[in-house]
Write a protein of this length. Structure first.
Length: 278
């Protein structure tokens, strides 16, 4: 088989194999998907300790992916990190004097989060999410705990550009039973993932409703049930950050509006963000 040539290709290959992996190899895959930064510099002994497996299990997984060994996985992660660092440097080009202290650290973190989030968006997945949201007869949005604020924001913004948008969470079981045919469920959750949100996505998928996930990485349990999963960086200074997730939600609502023919104030949103290099 042709080995993956980038971290993106590696994540796609691992994601496709997750349903067939069990035990230790599943833990290894989740470790690589959830923590590429750590994997880039974590030796095989430490990786084996964290995944609670023998080093030989990691080597076998790498070989099954067409790679020569665990160091090849590390190299793909390092190349990805270099790309993200370059995106972050481009984002930090204002030339202004930083405010210092926690403010400077937060500014640097959030700039990096935004650059990495929009820099790693997969175009096909993005367009699939937009098409689902624009073409569905209705959209139900669910986000609980920390993610509730993002769900509220997304539902409000999307409700401005199309009809039939509602937010779930008051009486979740009854609301899920009322999902209409072809209605899209937008599930919003980041680690630690809300169990009810994951169960709702699984239920919607089983009954044939499309699912769009707004989450943090490819190891998220929401990705298992999503027709389109979009990932945002959530690293923060002291606490988890939802800044990039909010920006991603706003951009998704804006481009859905364009697809629906709504040419309001956000008409140039997709171009202004410069998501993709053509």
């Amino acid at each position: 088989m042709t080995p993956p040539g980038s971290y993106q290709e590696l994540t796609e290959l691992l994601r496709s194999r997750l349903p067939k992996l069990a035990g230790g190899q599943l833990r290894i895959a989740h470790l690589v998907l959830a923590d590429p930064e750590g994997t880039a510099f974590r030796g095989i002994a430490e990786a084996a300790r964290l995944a609670e497996v023998h080093e030989s299990s990691i080597s076998r997984l790498a070989g099954s992916l067409g790679l020569s060994g665990y160091p090849s996985i590390m190299e793909l992660c390092r190349a990805w990190l270099a790309e993200q660092a370059q995106l972050a440097r481009r984002a930090d080009s204002s030339g202004q004097q930083p405010p210092g202290g926690v403010l400077s650290a937060t500014l640097e973190q959030e700039q990096g989060n935004l650059a990495r989030t929009f820099g790693r968006l997969d175009r096909d997945t993005w367009l699939r999410a937009v098409a689902l949201l624009a073409g569905a007869p209705g959209v139900a949005v669910l986000g609980l705990r920390d993610s509730a604020a993002v769900a509220v924001l997304f539902a409000q913004r999307l409700g401005r550009v199309r009809h039939g948008v509602r937010r779930l969470g008051q009486s979740l079981v009854d609301e899920l039973r009322e999902l209409g045919e072809h209605e899209v469920l937008v599930a919003v959750s980041v680690r630690r993932y809300a169990a009810d949100t994951v169960r709702a996505a699984e239920y919607a998928k089983e009954r044939g409703n499309p699912v769009v996930a707004l989450t943090d990485n490819a190891a998220s349990p929401l990705a298992d049930h999503a027709d389109a999963a979009l990932y945002a960086e959530t690293g923060g200074v002291g606490v988890r950050s939802l800044t990039a997730l909010c920006a991603l939600a706003q951009a998704l609502a804006g481009e859905t509006g364009l697809r629906c023919g709504n040419h309001g104030a956000d008409d140039d949103l997709a171009e202004s963000f410069g998501f993709f290099h053509e």
